[in-house]
Design a protein around this ligand. Sequence first.
Ligand code: 0GY
Length: 298
Amino acid sequence: MTARIKSWTDTPSSPRFVPPPGAIDAHCHVFGPMAQFPFSPKAKYLPEDAGPDQLFALRDRLGLARNVIVQASCHGTDNRATVHAIAASGGRARGVAVVDPDIGDAELDALHAGGIRGIRFNFLKRLVDDAPKDKFLAVAQRIVRLGWHVVVYFEADILAELRPFLDALPVPIVVDHMGRPDVRQGPGGPDMQAFRALLNTRPDIWFKATCPDRLDAIKDGGAGAPWQAFADAVAPLVADYPNRCLWGTDWPHPNMDTEIPDDGALIDMIPRIAPSAALQQALLVDNPMRLYWPEELG
Ligand code: 0GY
């Protein structure tokens, strides 16, 4: 393994946009600290420590209220760092785990008690060695009783191949970064059309309108911030599916060792994909509350 990567900035700009009260960062991670929570031997990248104190300081600085911490691939199926961060949040974080599909029911119950509300299936070959669909389906059956959902991370070029698997999932589905469409194709491009077709297959598929920095990167031919291609492609999706979208920073931006995004600029993207107060309230508060803190909604 090579040197540890630092993928975030310590000096984000101060955003102009003020999120509504109760706004939730529904896609972020923690790394370590490594001395306490070692990374997986199978990790494909080795990050510097990015622990809960840093995450919650950023939350406050950006005007956010809560976090949904998604287990990052560098921690494999050892969810201790994620659960530790949730415990440190004083009720202001919940999480999504990555589990060995053979996990026992008692361990699932313990994760629930620790604030986990979903499991993540990662199909990116650069991040994981294998993604066994049959085992994923079996463990998905076993989280039905907990009221959890699955978070699925895939790239647009395998969406067609994944459709039977997604159709068979017995719980709600949240798609990371909209399945990584090529936003430069525009809002009506083939990737967005395919993703909309997926959303139209069932009403319980949600998406994260996240990562302009990944999907509209300068190195891939994008203009960089202000990420206009992302705004053009994603705003219509949020407008058409206002009750199924989530938003997050993706801090500490795993693997973004070049073009590290400015978290303040990510906050200022929000009104460009959700221009009205009603859309902002749905994207940032009401939708993630329904998935992660439903008991508070009565
Ligand atoms: C993301 C994206 C990435 C990494 C991970 O678990 C992870 O390591 O999710 C990526 O490299 O695209 O959502 O954090």
